[in-house]
Structures are given as C-alpha cells and as structure tokens.
Design a protein around this ligand. Structure first.
Ligand SMILES: Cc1cc2nc3c(=O)[nH]c(=O)nc-3n(C[C@H](O)[C@H](O)[C@H](O)COP(=O)(O)OP(=O)(O)OC[C@H]3O[C@@H](n4cnc5c(N)ncnc54)[C@H](O)[C@@H]3O)c2cc1C
Ligand code: FES
Length: 304
C-alpha cells in the first residue's frame, strides 16, 4: 500500500483577533478561505508572514489549537476559523504578534500527521507549557466524537509548567475538560500551583487510578516528551508525542527537519509508505511523518 495523498492547500488567513493569553503568550484567530481541509488535532499550518510586516523569509509552523467551520454564505463559500496559541520569542512570532484584525497571511496546511484519537483506552492528554495548544484541540475533538451508544470518552489532562503563570490556557483547559466530565491535574516546577513535581511524576500517580488501558497524547518540550516516551515504553503503554523541529518547506521536500528513527523503525522502514520525498531509513521527517510520532518510532537517546 502506498502513502496517503496529502490534502494540504495554500490559502489566505485573515486575522480575526489576537488576545493576550498570559505569561507573554498570544491567542490568534484566523479565518481561512476555502478550499482548506479541516485540520486534525496535532496537525499544523505553515504561516507565511507578509514581507512588509516581517524580515522573515521562511514560514513558521504553528499547531492548530482550535478549529470551527464557518457558515457557508451563498456566493462566498464557507471557510474555517482556526485558533493558535503562540509565544512571541523571535523574529517570526514577534512579527506575527504585530498583526491586527483584517491583516492577512498566507497559510499552507493542514500539514503532518495528527493524533490517532480513536485508539482504545482512557485518553490521557499530557501538556507542558504552550504544548497545551494541540491538546486543547484534542479535547474538543474527543467531545465531538461520541462512541457507539452516544457515550463520550472521558479524558484526563495532566498539565505541567515551570510556574503557575506558564500554565497558559489553564482556564480554557478547565472549561474543555469540564464539558467532557474529564479530570484536569496540574503541577509546577516551583510548586506555585499543584504539586511541585514533573508531569511524569503526576502520570505515575494518576495512571493506576484510571480504568482499563491508558493511551497517552503529549506535547511539550522535548525533554518532557522523552520522559513520557520512556515511561510508556517501559510499561508497554501506547503514547503519541507531538514533536518540533526547525522547518522550511513543511511538506517533506527540503529534508530540513530530520528526527532519528528507532532501531525497530529502521528495520520496518518501507520507502513506498513514507510521505516524505523518497524517504530515508535513518531519519524521519518531522513535518510529514510527524509531527506526532508513536513512542517506539524514534530513538530518544539521540533527540535533543
Ligand atoms: C510542528 C510545529 C508546531 C509548532 N507549534 C507552535 C505553537 O503552537 N506555538 C508556538 O509558539 N510555536 C510553535 N512552534 C514553534 C514556532 O514555529 C517557531 O519556531 C517559534 O515560535 C520561534 O519562531 P520565531 O521566528 O519567533 O523565532 P526565530 O527567529 O526562529 O528564533 C529567534 C530566537 O528565539 C529562540 N526561540 C525559538 N523558539 C523558541 C521558544 N519556543 N521559546 C523560547 N525561545 C525560542 C531561538 O532559539 C532564537 O534564539 C511549532 C513548531 C513546529 C515544528
Ligand atoms: S520541513 Fe522540509 S522536509 Fe520537513
């Protein structure tokens, strides 16, 4: 079987609004013109900043943190309203923060592989700092997908950050988990909210209290994802982790975003099934084969 055909498109995103989201983070909403496929949680867009607003040539990848379909207006078509949570830290994101309502950016997407949210088991969403972005969207998607019999799966979210202020989007996470009758547990490195603990310590405490098998969906700094992956691999627990890498094309062509495959993934490698151009046995391209990887697919010893 060959790799599925990519569904991404280039389109225009019009800024609806930008809000302060705490600890210097921003919440951005873009209305994206059709045709543009509805993203899945874990997928991302490449945002191309207008040259007049920014000295940045390459697009910046952004995880989708929320998506709603806009009503179809006769003659104008429908579209999507997409939400993003970002930190203005460098040239690209500072330029993005300078855009106001009505400004336009080019967008490419939806890109990459999202979280497989239909995996059996209790979903445990594990977020580190701004890594909460795709997991807010995952909580929405779980709420929108009742199982047979109309039952909604009740997820658990574990949310960690360096301090209380960096639990960005905590109120949103609370709201979305409450709608699902799910549980939210927080921890901080300095103990300013929740236990003074690492999110994996929280996982260790919470996992035995959950029903049946658990399936982990995580996003955050690579050090956190490494710890989650090792925890899961040691216990035979399925875990899906959203990775980041420096990206130029976002479509598997430039080879700029390699992540090392595990020995098992190198052995199982089949070039006809990889979505990256020609594929590579040693390296997986984060943009097309990820950004969501299963724990056993990557060599965590070689990931920084
Ligand atoms: C798949 C994917 C999804 C992503 N999703 C998001 C998202 O949802 N929200 C988001 O904010 N970012 C996200 N990023 C990261 C984002 O694309 C940018 O790389 C990052 O925000 C910095 O871009 P910049 O142009 O502002 O900084 P650059 O000009 O590229 O870097 C300038 C300086 O900032 C430093 N820097 C870069 N990133 C960070 C950081 N995160 N924290 C502190 N310093 C940093 C660099 O080391 C450098 O010194 C994602 C990346 C990938 C690959
Ligand atoms: S960003 Fe070009 S191959 Fe991934």
């Amino acid at each position: 079987m060959s790799a599925p055909r990519p569904r991404w498109r280039q389109s225009v995103g019009r800024v609806v609004r930008q809000l302060d989201y705490g600890a210097g983070h921003r919440w951005l909403e873009l209305d994206v013109r059709p045709p543009f496929a509805l993203p899945r949680p874990g997928q991302f867009l490449q945002v191309v900043l207008p040259p007049i607003a920014s000295p940045v040539l390459l697009p910046r990848p952004m995880s989708v943190a929320g998506a709603t379909r806009l009503r179809r207006v006769p003659g104008q078509g429908g579209g999507l309203r997409l939400g993003f949570l970002y930190a203005p830290v460098g040239l690209g994101t500072l330029a993005l923060a300078g855009l106001g309502a009505g400004d336009e950016v080019e967008v490419l997407g939806p890109l990459g592989r999202g979280y497989p949210l239909d995996e059996p088991g209790t979903p445990v969403l594990i977020a580190g700092g701004r890594g909460v972005a795709p997991l807010l969207f995952a909580a929405d998607a779980l709420a929108a997908r009742p199982r047979a019999g109309g039952r909604v799966r009740r997820p658990v979210m574990l949310f960690g950050a360096r301090d209380r202020a960096h639990l960005v989007g905590l109120a949103d996470a609370h709201r979305r988990l409450a709608a699902l009758r799910g549980r939210l547990h927080v921890c901080t490195d300095d103990g300013s909210l929740g236990p003074k603990a690492h999110v994996v310590t929280l996982l260790e405490r919470v996992a035995p209290t959950l029903r049946g098998p658990v399936v982990l969906y995580a996003c955050g700094p690579h050090a956190m994802l490494k710890a989650v992956a090792r925890w899961a691999l040691a216990r035979g627990v399925r875990a899906w982790l959203a990775m980041e890498s420096v990206m130029a094309c976002g479509t598997g062509v430039c080879r700029g975003c390699p992540l090392p495959r595990s020995a098992a993934a190198r052995k199982a490698f089949d070039p006809s099934r990889t979505p990256s151009l020609h594929g590579n046995r040693e390296w997986a391209m984060c943009c097309t084969e990820g950004p969501v990887f299963e724990a056993g697919e990557l060599d965590w010893e070689r990931i920084e």
